[in-house]
Design a protein around this ligand. Structure first.
Ligand code: C5P
Length: 221
């Protein structure tokens, strides 16, 4: 068991990143947003107009790309040195990321880097396959969910805050489609690890979720 690493998995819009960031801050660990890595490689593939079904070129692209997560007050994401923190949240990237994330070769590259980071630092890592595949020995594993409506509302708020115009029906459909693809893919599907604690955050405040997680981590020590 690696006490220094904490895994937080779950579907889109369950509040993983908000919660993971705060847990990391309070426990003095490094927050790693693995979704940002899949988003960054998707952005690059879109820019280069690659066929997103072409596993070989996507795998090659992942191998020759440098993705850096820069810790700080707001974590920045660098794609070959360029700050793409905002751009990777665009509807275009969000709409295609699950297609790219299905590719085994792409996942292999990302998982290797994620394990390396967890080896160097104590981390709170958020994603879809952290407890099951990336860090099976994580000291604590959480599966964070919320009702589909609440997840759509949270995503809507996030996007509106960033200046995007949203259509709540379309957004709900988009979230459902992404979860469907993530949950039903052949490699590393979104599924709770056997030893993960599931937390349904519907109706809970961020602070309540964070306190619950920290209490459970402390109890496990
Ligand atoms: O967490 P976020 O919603 O930004 O993740 C974007 C997408 O990246 C997910 O919908 C999923 O397809 C992919 N992903 C993944 N494995 C992870 C993290 C994200 O497949 N560990």
């Amino acid at each position: 068991l690696d006490r220094r690493s904490i895994a937080i998995d779950g579907p889109a819009g369950a509040g993983k990143s908000t919660v993971a960031k705060l847990v990391a801050q309070r426990l003095k660990l490094i927050y790693i947003d693995t979704g940002a890595m899949y988003r960054a490689i998707t952005l690059k593939a879109l820019r280069e107009k690659l066929d997103l079904q072409d596993q070989m070129s996507l795998t090659q692209l992942a191998k020759e790309t440098t993705i850096q997560l820069v810790a700080g007050l707001q974590q920045r994401v660098l794609l070959d040195g360029e700050d793409v923190t905002e751009e990777i949240r665009s509807p275009e990237v969000t709409g295609q990321v699950s297609t790219v994330a299905q590719i085994v070769g792409v996942r292999d590259v990302m998982v290797k880097q994620q394990r390396q980071m967890a080896k160097e630092f104590g981390v709170v890592m958020d994603g879809r396959d952290i407890g099951t595949v990336v860090l099976p020995d994580a000291g604590a594993k959480f599966f964070l969910t919320a009702s589909a409506e609440e997840r759509a509302c949270r995503r809507a708020k996030e996007l509106v805050d960033k200046g995007y115009t949203i259509d709540i029906k379309k957004l709900t459909k988009e979230i459902e489609e992404r979860d469907y693809m993530d949950s039903n893919r052949a490699v590393s599907p979104l599924v709770p690890a056997q030893d993960a604690i599931t937390i349904d955050s519907s109706g809970m405040t961020v602070e309540e979720v964070v306190t619950t997680i920290i209490a459970l981590i402390e109890k496990g020590k």
